[in-house]
Design a protein around this ligand. Structure first.
Ligand SMILES: [Zn+2]
Length: 76
């Protein structure tokens, strides 16, 4: 599976990456955090970080004998 195929599994918008702290880059939402004050914070990641995290998921799936499919980072 190519990087393009993995990235195509997500929807991209300009934003800030939570993982590497890049700002104003192409990001996809991978989670949400509700703050104690009642706000909602979007957790977004850039292309490089999504590929890194998908790589970890794929390695884990292979070790565990499970099928791997990209696109589930925000679905946990
Ligand atoms: Zn990043």
């Amino acid at each position: 599976m190519s990087a393009d195929e993995i990235l195509a599994a997500y929807t991209w918008m300009v934003g800030d990456c939570f993982r590497c702290a890049k700002v104003e880059v192409a990001t996809t939402q991978i989670g949400e955090i509700d703050t104690p004050a009642g706000g909602r914070y979007e957790v977004r990641a850039c292309e490089a970080c999504v590929l890194a995290m998908e790589g970890e998921r794929r390695a884990w799936a292979e070790r565990s004998g499970l099928d791997y499919a990209p696109g589930d980072l925000g679905a946990a």
